[in-house]
Design a protein around this ligand. Sequence first.
Ligand code: ADP
Ligand code: MG
Length: 386
Amino acid sequence: MNDILIQNTTAFFEKSFGSAPQKIVLSPGRINIIGEHIDYNDGYVLPAAIDKVICFAFEKNETKKSKIIAIDLNEEFEIDLTQEIQLSDVVWTNYIRGVIKQLQDNGFSFEGFNCVFSSNIPVGSGLSSSAALECGTIFGIKELFDLTIEKVDIALLGQKAEHWVGINCGIMDQFSSVHGLDNKVIKLDCNTLEFEYHNADFKDYSLVLFDSNVKHSLFTSEYNTRRIECEEGLSIIKNHFPEVKSFRDCTEEQLLSIQDKFNATVFKRVHYVVKEISRVTKACEALDNGNIEILGQLLFETHYGLSQEYEVSCEELDMLVDTAKSDDKIIGSRLMGGGFGGCTINLIKKGHENEVKSKFSNLYLDTFGIELKFYDVKISNGTTLL
Ligand code: ADP
Ligand code: MG
């Protein structure tokens, strides 16, 4: 699948600049198995890079300017590296302006380059095409100009670039795009950035994403509200249990013992967070033991927590997960990403993928008049040179 993307990107580069690229970089999107809305709550998450990528072709151009072409949009822009970098009205260019700015502000020195890129990561569906764009651009510049940048710093620079663009994201997306490994999930401590790999062997089950094709506008305001609610909840917990520094230190028993100190909404939010952090650890054990049924069960629990306690689901996602729950070919399903739309992640019994897809497709179209899309994903390597 990526071979065609690589060929097309290389050919486009040659046609545009009249020479073969000096470096080709693949930068993947990511999934998150479990640990949702946890990266900004200082807990553990369990993401992995996938086999959907942005392919970049680069060369130095011996000037102080860079020219970048987005093949998929049929758009290009030029940037003068000697001038102060500003946000533009053309949003996609800001991710690239942002990483160039972060590299410069952090003392990395490089000169002009030409770049074309093209992608097979669905945009805006929660697979983090934006992180792939940031990390792939940084990686390409690093390779072209022999810069020494640790993987973790590529992720951190990418995250800062996204903040500069105006999205207050956690570190998970960039971290997993850069650190992904074939058939491994990453248990990442979002507080310390310590991480460990676990085998991602789903045995008799395939990972399939269902793209609801909806994006409700509530997302941004509710996201910001959740962050405030969780901060408020954590400070109440800390007042009663001074030894608790972050949610990960708090047990469900401790939380239940002070339930009357919270308003009902904040209690639901923090209860979800504490439970979800413990589910990530259980999910790793389930993977280590090859117990995919337990993993699937945990995914359903996460979804119902996100839907009923954290309240970031929507009727389309709830319908997909409820239907999955009563389908004996699916052992786990949940909304993946921030919520209010985007994808669900599903574990489907191998050999039954097509029948499940056609059932869901018909049902979804009948119920909402919207086409459901499917992405088969394999867990793959992080940002890399071809
Ligand atoms: P996602 O969940 O895919 O990360 P975001 O809204 O965070 O969604 O980022 C998507 C944005 O990233 C796009 O609107 C665009 O600006 C940029 N982007 C992603 N992929 C491409 C691409 N192939 N070509 C140009 N811009 C892209
Ligand atoms: Mg994004």
